[in-house]
Write a protein that binds this ligand. Structure first.
Ligand code: HEM
Length: 486
């Protein structure tokens, strides 16, 4: 103390400055030069120093999934985006990392935010040993053989929804309306009772809730909670209804031996991934159809020829319907999130570069859905990617199918059935068109029709966990006459 106080102030200040400089230099040396990922190209100069330097600001703006593919085009399949985080754009790497039985675990930093009340569910289980066990248990709900059990439940809500459209004289705001439909289907399926979203939408009171959802979808951990809160509130108001005939998720899982609290967590977690994805896909499909009156009429006739069947196999047998749904799921790219996984012990070599154990490797399925080699003009909805030129069958295309991973390695039967049923029932009941009052964005019409199909450009969006459309997607839905439908 005596020694310090006897030193001239200038010396002291210089000493402190030198110490700070040395520390910063050492920190930057370790972060940028001696870093185990130093051989991987960087998203930005300081990306390896802290997530705040690159990854986080891009996530917050909802542009990370839009900006990274451009960097991959410049730097190759691997790009470092954080101190121990590497983005990859490579189907080969995707297959290694996401294959069934993979030892790459879900990143707890991200998936942990979805855990409900301390009970991880299928989506948020990060233990690679536990995940396959829960997946097998959940399989009984999502297997193809269980589809007939879903028919009544889904149709019940779709019919409720179409009745509300008929009664309303307003243009239909597709993202809002479709979310109301899917919220009721998923909540009924999960809890055995609905959140009353269709009723709320029909009375115009859902708008605040939906706006809030869009705001919250930029904030990952809240994403899963919000729907449950809505559910609990609507329960209090007794606005719910149910198709109790269907054995709901909670009941089924409890009967299979899962603890009631874990079953409840499964139901809660289902609300986010189940609702936003399918509703955005449905809204995009109906939006594309709204620009294509003659295709709609042809689809109507196809459905009429199978007597507007609601059976999944019959619906799958209608090439125009199947093409619309597959293309809509691709085009909407609704599950826009990056899916981070942790490199297991021993590390991994990807594209000639070694990544040590603990590195987070991350990619988004929607990049592959927009890959220009497999999907030319990827931002355009075009069912003819899937159809033969005369639309009498489905076109074979191995490259297209290889890149088509909208569900990652997840289950898809439920979502497809929901979309086949919703699209077919809407086309049966209505003619959908873009309002003629000039509210539709002209930029959405990209190219002139080739006679069969008017290509439609992807609506503007932000990409957080789910894609949130920022364009106005209002359509007019004109009921078809009874005579037409018979
Ligand atoms: C078009 C509709 C849908 C799309 C594009 C979609 C997409 C995805 C993707 C990409 C994943 C992988 C997430 C990851 O690895 O972290 C996933 C997982 C999951 N999805 Fe969906 N999904 C859709 C519909 C649904 C529906 C309707 C449900 C529920 C009824 C659902 C429930 C789940 C669950 C529980 C998981 C976790 C699966 C696991 O980890 O094994 N999804 N989904």
């Amino acid at each position: 103390m005596v020694l310090l106080s006897s030193l001239p102030l200038g010396w002291l200040a210089t000493g402190v400055a030198v110490a700070i400089l040395l520390r910063v230099t050492f920190f930057l040396y370790r972060a940028l030069i001696a870093h185990p990922l130093a051989h991987v190209p960087r998203a930005g100069l300081l990306a390896p120093v802290h997530r705040l330097a690159w990854a986080f600001p891009h996530e917050l703006r909802g542009t990370i999934t839009l900006d990274l593919p451009k960097l991959h085009a410049k730097f190759g399949p691997l790009v470092q985006i954080g101190p121990a985080e590497v983005s990859f754009y490579s189907l080969d790497a995707y297959d290694v990392i996401h294959k069934a039985g993979s030892k790459f675990s879900k990143d707890p930093r991200v998936y942990g935010g979805f855990v409900q009340d301390g009970h991880p569910a299928l989506f948020s289980i990060t233990d690679p040993g536990e995940h396959p066990k829960r997946r097998r248990l959940m399989g009984q709900l999502y297997n193809r053989s269980k589809v007939p059990l879903l028919e009544e439940l889904m149709l019940h809500h779709i019919e409720h929804w179409t009745r509300c459209v008929v009664q309303s004289s307003q243009a239909v705001d597709l993202p809002v309306a479709c979310r109301a439909l899917e919220s009721d289907i998923i909540s009924d399926f999960s809890f055995g009772t609905t959140v009353g979203a269709i009723e709320a939408w029909a009375s115009g009171s859902e708008l605040a809730m939906v706006a809030k959802n869009d705001e919250l979808s930029s904030w990952m951990p809240i994403w899963a909670h919000k729907s449950y809160d809505t559910f609990m509130r609507s329960k209090d108001k007794s606005t719910t209804e149910t198709t109790a005939a269907y054995p709901n998720l909670i009941g089924t899982l409890v009967r299979s031996g899962l603890s009631p609290l874990t079953a409840l967590a499964e139901a809660k977690e289902n609300m986010g991934p189940g609702t936003d994805t399918t509703s955005a896909s449905l809204a995009h499909i109906l939006w594309a159809l709204a620009h294509n009156a003659s295709f709609q009429d042809e689809l109507f006739q196809d459905l009429q020829s199978i007597s507007f069947s609601t059976d999944m196999t019959s619906l799958e047998g209608v090439p125009r319907l199947r093409a619309c749904v597959k293309e809509g799921v691709r085009w909407a790219g609704a599950a826009a999130a990056m899916l981070p996984r942790v490199v297991p012990p021993g590390g991994v070599k990807l594209h000639g570069m070694f990544l040590p154990e603990g590195t987070v490797v991350t990619s988004s399925p929607i990049w592959y859905l927009r890959d220009t080699t497999a999907f030319p003009n990827p931002d355009e909805f075009n069912p003819y990617r899937w159809l033969t030129p005369d639309a009498s069958g489905l076109r074979v295309d191995a490259l297209r199918d290889k890149y088509y991973i909208p569900f990652s390695k997840g289950a898809y039967v439920f979502a497809y059935y929901e979309l086949y049923l919703s699209v077919s029932q809407v086309v049966k009941q209505f003619r959908i068109s873009v309002p003629s009052d000039g509210t539709a964005s002209p930029a959405l019409r990209a190219r002139p029709t080739d006679g069969r199909w008017q290509p439609v450009s992807l609506p503007q969006r932000k990409e957080w966990v789910a894609a949130v459309v920022t364009d106005d997607l209002r359509v007019t839905m004109t009921p078809r006459t009874k005579e037409e439908r018979h």
